[in-house]
Design a protein around this ligand. Structure first.
Ligand code: GLP
Length: 245
């Protein structure tokens, strides 16, 4: 794995945006795997600025998102579809028909999950996957578990995740208890993976994930084995890491 050390969150976002922009310039019809959460928001803002300056063209770009809450419609303000539209897609020239997320309204989990895996395969796989990391080491919504789950699946969110994500909802009772998420194999099969992590509150989980053993109890740790994995993190997030390569 490669570690790119950033000064602060703004620097990490700019560096991550640079990596994504290089991918879009090199392969305009690439498949970007995208993430939600607070961590990538400034990366999307930077990409929008470069698009507005005429430096980037997303006309042919395809996207697949990691996850979506079960039960939320795309126009629900806390859905990940809404997040992606308002934070990124509405501000660039991407064709919305080329943007994909699991359908949170599909009550048939088996159907939705096998469809999403087939969709990713049909697109030819992910060229570059962007990731954040949850406080408990989750990637997408792959929660700590006894085994790595390979394909897209319906997950029961842990209390830790429900608590962490309640900051976006009016009350904790409104946080959905389940989500559809790409599986670990879907993520690992991306040709290149970039993870952005910032802030001292992520320092311990970053150390556990990348200086500890590869274990499904810390799902992000699997990325240690990926042949083209880049961690972009700021000084605060890296403060407990001993081996910075
Ligand atoms: C959510 C998302 C993850 C994201 C995580 C961390 O649970 N499903 O993809 O990485 O939150 O979010 P944040 O960047 O806000 O810390």
């Amino acid at each position: 794995m490669r570690i790119i050390r950033a000064r602060d969150a703004a620097d990490a976002s700019r560096k991550t945006a640079n990596i994504i922009s290089a991918q879009v310039i090199l392969k305009p019809d690439c498949v970007l795997g995208l993430a939600t959460g607070s961590s990538p928001i400034d990366t999307y803002r930077q990409l929008i600025r470069w698009y507005e300056k005429g430096d980037l063209d997303f006309a042919k770009t395809r996207t697949v998102n990691l996850d979506e809450y079960v039960g939320l419609s795309p126009d629900h303000p806390q859905s990940y579809a809404y997040f992606m539209n308002t934070n990124f897609f509405d501000h660039i020239n991407i064709d919305k028909a080329n943007t994909h997320l699991p359908n949170g309204l599909d009550a048939d989990a088996e159907h939705q999950c096998s469809n999403y895996d087939a969709l990713i395969r049909g697109l030819g796989g992910v060229d570059l996957q962007l990731l954040g990391i949850g406080n408990n080491g989750h990637i997408g919504f792959n929660e700590p578990d006894e085994a790595f789950i390979k394909g897209t699946h319906c997950v029961d969110l842990t209390e830790n995740t429900i608590q962490a994500n309640s900051r976006f909802f009016e009350s904790i009772d409104e946080v959905p208890r389940q989500a559809y998420t790409m599986g670990i194999l879907d993520i690992v099969q991306a040709k290149r993976v970039v993870m952005i992590v910032t802030g001292a509150h992520k320092a311990q989980i970053l150390k556990d994930a990348f200086e500890g053993p590869v274990t499904p109890k810390v799902p992000a740790s699997i990325m240690q084995l990926h042949p083209d994995f880049t961690l972009v993190a700021d000084e605060a997030a890296l403060s407990l890491m001993e081996n910075l390569g």
